[in-house]
Structure formats: structure tokens, C-alpha cells
Ligand binder design. Structure first.
Ligand code: GTQ
Length: 347
């Protein structure tokens, strides 16, 4: 590989002149922005143990009233980017949000898309574009970009959920902003996951003058059905890895434009070695225990823990114990496919 010239080799008066005009030479930085052979990820794999984060979140519940926070969230900061980085990987923002009984988080809509996975507690709900979505443990709830959403809690115990947003992408685009509104008055009806899309593979017949809502027909994926689907697949797929994609039930496409979600089951004692992927990922443990070796580093996980994997990470998951482990994988493959980039490499 040719050794390229450095900035220091250039005369100071030339460097000063470039600075005054607002230009800079590419060649000293060429290999930084176009490293040979493969990317040089900034993200470092990290595990956020629920037992470490939960007490801090509960303390936020005492220190900061929800009115002063709007969203009472501790976000997961990638150690590869230094303290306080508002991203868990290149494109994924992940936060843990606390709502106490009786509290509400006001309605807003924003350009980034969000999804939530319920971690703890019963009785909370999110209202998305007028539909009241109950939040049970493990449920995946979408709040796509541009959709109004507010949160409420009519239960007795604190509720905590995990937020995933494509916020870093929108910040990069200089396109991130929100609009506020009063709390929504929910429609008096069950959400489409309980009605129109109650059975997998079936969608209501539409009329020409009332076409299907193709962008976001279903905002809630109840965990009970996801887990049942995984368990059944595990019994009948010849021992292959068990992973289901959360898709738009009208189109089969990813359920959000830039972020993808899958539910994984590891049978007791099972090891899984996914291909190297150009997408980064965050894994959230719904239940079960195990460990994942990510680029040589072992992350040992249990229920409600969350851990990250950079792009092209070498990953090996293994469950431990007598029961299966269930994880949700959050990734940015849909974005990468849309820009004609997504790559997988065999190991
Ligand atoms: O619940 O609407 O973690 O707007 C970050 C931004 C949650 C939310 C976050 C948000 C929300």
C-alpha cells in the first residue's frame, strides 16, 4: 500500500493559506476515510446490565419530575465514542425510559422513528396517532417518524421500556426536530394487532376507493405471539437458528424505514454464529441467560440486559441454563439496503 504524504511535510505558509481559504488536502486523511479492505468501526461492543442501570433510572424518578424531563430516559452511550455519546452504535440510539404510575409524557411527533420494547411493569400504554397501545413485557411498539405519540401509565408499579431511535442518522442529516401537542384522546377501539392483523398471513380485503394503509398498518407486536412463533419454529425447522423478522403485515417489508427488528430464540445450550454483517446491532434480552463473544470479547447476559455489536462484528451467541433464551435484535439493515450497501460475509 502506498504511503501517502502527511500534513507535516507541507510548508507552514501553504497550510496557513489553505486554512484561510477554507480548503484542506485529502491525501493526509485519505486512509482515515477510505481504509483499505474494510471499514474501521468506531463503536465498541458494550453490555449495559439492567441491574446497573435500573437503580439510576429509579433515582431519576425521584430527582426529576416527568414534567421536567418530558421523557425520563437514560440513554446507552457507546464507549467507543467517549462518555455521553448519544448513540449505542453508528445509527442506533437506545434509551431506557421510566414512567411512574399516574404519570404522562406529553404528545409530540418527530422526524426520527422510534420503537419500544417493554422491559418491566404493567399498566403503561402509548397512544400512537390516536390508537391506544397497551404495553406488556416484551411487546414491540412502533412510533414511526411523523406519528404523534404520548405515553401514560394507569398501573401500580413503575414501568420501564427500552427506546430505539434512528436519532443519530437524523442528527447527521441535520433533520432532527419535534413538534409538541396536548395529550391525544384515544379512539375507543382495539389496535390493529388485535383486529385487522390478528392472524398471521391474513389482512382485510380492501376496496379500490379505500386502499390498505401500507406505510404503518400495525404499530404493536405482542410478545406472547412472538414467543409462541419462535417456540413453534424451533420445533420444526430442522435445528436451524430460530429468528423471526418483524415485518409490515401488508407488504412484508421491514416495519420501519431504517431500523429492523428480529426476535431470536436460542435453544438450551445452543450456539449461533451469524454471518458478519455491515449493519450494527443492539441486542436486548427478553428472557434467559447466556453469553455472546463479540470480536473476541465475552458479554455475559441475563434477563433485561442490553448489549451492542459494531458493524462486521464476529458474533457467537450461546445460551446457558435449562430454558431457552429470547433476544430482540435491533439493527439498521433496512437503511443499508435502501442505499444499496448492505453486505454479509461468510465466516
Ligand atoms: O418516548 O418519545 O428515548 O422522543 C428519546 C426521544 C424517547 C419518546 C427517547 C423521545 C422518546
Amino acid at each position: 500500500m502506498t504511503q501517502l504524504g502527511t500534513l507535516e511535510e507541507l510548508p507552514q505558509d501553504y497550510r496557513d493559506a489553505m486554512g484561510r481559504v477554507g480548503v484542506a488536502p485529502l491525501w493526509p486523511q485519505m486512509r482515515n476515510v477510505l481504509p483499505h479492505g474494510g471499514p474501521a468501526p468506531v463503536t465498541r461492543s458494550h453490555l449495559w446490565a439492567y441491574g446497573d442501570v435500573r437503580p439510576l433510572l429509579m433515582r431519576a424518578g425521584e430527582l426529576t419530575p416527568v414534567e421536567k424531563a418530558e421523557r425520563r430516559v437514560l440513554f446507552l452511550a457507546d464507549p467507543g465514542r467517549g462518555p455521553g455519546a448519544m448513540q449505542a452504535t453508528s445509527t442506533l440510539y437506545i434509551g431506557l425510559q421510566l414512567l411512574m404510575p399516574g404519570e404522562t409524557a406529553p404528545a409530540h411527533k418527530h422526524t426520527p422513528s422510534a420503537a419500544r420494547i417493554v422491559v418491566e411493569g404493567e399498566g403503561a400504554y402509548t397512544v400512537v396517532d390516536g390508537d391506544k397501545l397497551p404495553m406488556h413485557q416484551g411487546d414491540l411498539i412502533l412510533t414511526p417518524g411523523g406519528c404523534w405519540h404520548d405515553h401514560g401509565h394507569s398501573g401500580k408499579d413503575p414501568v420501564i421500556w427500552l427506546d430505539a431511535l434512528d436519532l443519530p442518522l437524523f442528527v447527521y442529516l441535520e433533520g432532527s426536530y419535534a413538534v409538541e401537542a396536548p395529550l391525544q384522546t384515544p379512539r375507543n377501539r382495539l389496535d390493529p394487532s388485535e383486529v385487522e392483523y390478528r392472524a398471521a398471513g391474513l389482512a382485510p380485503v380492501r376496496r379500490r376507493d379505500k386502499p390498505a394503509p401500507v406505510s404503518y398498518p400495525m404499530m404493536r407486536f405482542p410478545w406472547a405471539r412472538t414467543e409462541a412463533g419462535l417456540r413453534r419454529l424451533a420445533e420444526h425447522n430442522g435445528g436451524e437458528p430460530v429468528e423471526l423478522d418483524y415485518v409490515n403485515p401488508e407488504t412484508g417489508a421491514s416495519c420501519l424505514p431504517t431500523m429492523g427488528f428480529t426476535a431470536m430464540m436460542l435453544r438450551p445450550g445452543e450456539k449461533a454464529r451469524p454471518p458478519l454483517r455491515s449493519s450494527s446491532a443492539v441486542f436486548h434480552v427478553v428472557s434467559g441467560r447466556g453469553s455472546s463473544i463479540i470480536n473476541g470479547k465475552t458479554q455475559t447476559w441475563g434477563p433485561k440486559d442490553t448489549f451492542s455489536a459494531p458493524v462486521f462484528a464476529a458474533i457467537e451467541h450461546a445460551s446457558s441454563g435449562e430454558t431457552p433464551a429470547f433476544l430482540v435484535r435491533i439493527h439498521d439493515t433496512p437503511l443499508q439496503e435502501k442505499i444499496g450497501y448492505y453486505e454479509e460475509r461468510a465466516r
